[in-house]
Design a protein around this ligand. Structure first.
Ligand code: ZN
Length: 325
């Protein structure tokens, strides 16, 4: 699922490509991911896309006042309307020449005043789209916590340490921080050497501070590399991201930790697969690490034997992840 760096990447690409364009008409396909499809059809035509912002994992396309009123529109809050877009698992949003055949799973086409169409495709339709005027949008956004790139160290440490939930669950909780998902939670916990199942309240202030630093560094780097393309994430130019090559924990079950060479393991935390190094990220008491799948275990053992023979990273597969601290 696109997280903060991927959504930021798409938002930046769209800003380059469609900022200032006016929407002429709306064509909808399947609409079960749209809050109120009729509201899109009635309210988007005639409006200019004045700004494109990221808010957590959402994009906000800020729209001008309805055509002809040039901001002198009074009466209701419709002059401050936005199109809210969540890419869900597989959503993509990109401009395309209007004459180009539409890809499969294209569900929203906004015809722009330069002859292109802004198209939204989403095979699984776990995304969301909504036309929201100022008050409902403000209401919608109050559910979300701090932006991890803007939150101060003190505020972050407070938010993480005041809760008894597991630190991974806190990172994923959009009301605590907005925009972090499974990939960047695992990557920042690995970098900060904190086990995902550790309770937030049990972290030392120094640990919470290093998590704040790790999260910011990783998100910034991932934005520079235009996000992670795990399954089918593409940016607004249709290009995959590069950050998946920098992953140190996420998706690396059975592969050697790049700090200590111990095999990365997987466990379920907050209902999600979580990847960690059992050596660098000591588990809280009683945490159940999942056994390596047989094929992964074979490859991993072979790799470790080789590493020992060549003298590179000699720690091998010590640590099961279930030890008490
Ligand atoms: Zn390690």
């Amino acid at each position: 699922m696109p997280e903060l760096p991927e959504v930021e990447t798409v938002a930046r690409g769209l800003r380059q490509a469609i900022l200032g364009r006016r929407i002429l008409s709306v064509t909808l396909g399947k609409t079960d991911f749209i809050d109120d499809p009729v509201a899109l059809e009635q309210n988007l035509p005639g409006r200019r896309i004045e700004a494109i912002e990221r808010y957590g994992k959402f994009m906000l396309l800020r729209l001008s006042a309805p055509n002809g009123t040039n901001g002198r529109f009074h009466g209701d809050d419709a002059k401050q309307a936005s199109l809210l877009v969540h890419l869900g698992m597989t959503g993509q949003m990109a401009p395309s020449p209007a004459e180009k055949p539409r890809e499969k799973h294209t569900h929203v086409c906004l015809l722009l005043d330069d002859g292109r169409e802004l198209r939204y495709t989403d095979a699984r339709r776990f995304g969301r789209m909504a036309y929201l005027t100022e008050a409902p949008l403000a209401e919608e956004l109050t559910r979300f916590g701090a932006d991890p790139l803007e939150v101060s160290k003190e505020e972050f440490v407070k938010r993480i340490r005041e809760r008894r939930a597991r630190v991974k669950a806190l990172l994923l909780d959009q009301s605590v921080l907005r925009g972090v998902g499974n990939i960047y939670a695992d990557e920042s916990l690995w970098r900060a050497k904190i086990h995902p199942a550790q309770l937030g309240a049990k972290l030392a202030p120094k640990q919470a501070e290093s998590l704040w630093r790790a999260l910011q560094e990783i998100l910034r780097k991932a934005i520079v590399l235009r996000g992670s393309s795990i399954s089918d994430f593409l940016d607004a130019e249709g290009e995959p991201g590069e950050y998946q090559r920098r992953h140190r924990a996420y998706g690396r079950e059975g592969k050697a930790c790049q700090r200590c060479s111990t095999a990365i393991r997987r466990g379920i935390v907050a209902g999600r697969s979580s990847y960690f190094c059992p050596q660098c990220q000591p588990a809280p008491r009683g945490f159940a690490v999942l056994p390596l799948p047989p094929r992964v275990a074979r490859v991993s053992a072979e790799r470790m034997r080789k590493a020992r023979r060549t003298g590179r990273g000699g720690i091998g597969m010590s640590g099961t992840g279930s030890r008490a601290r």
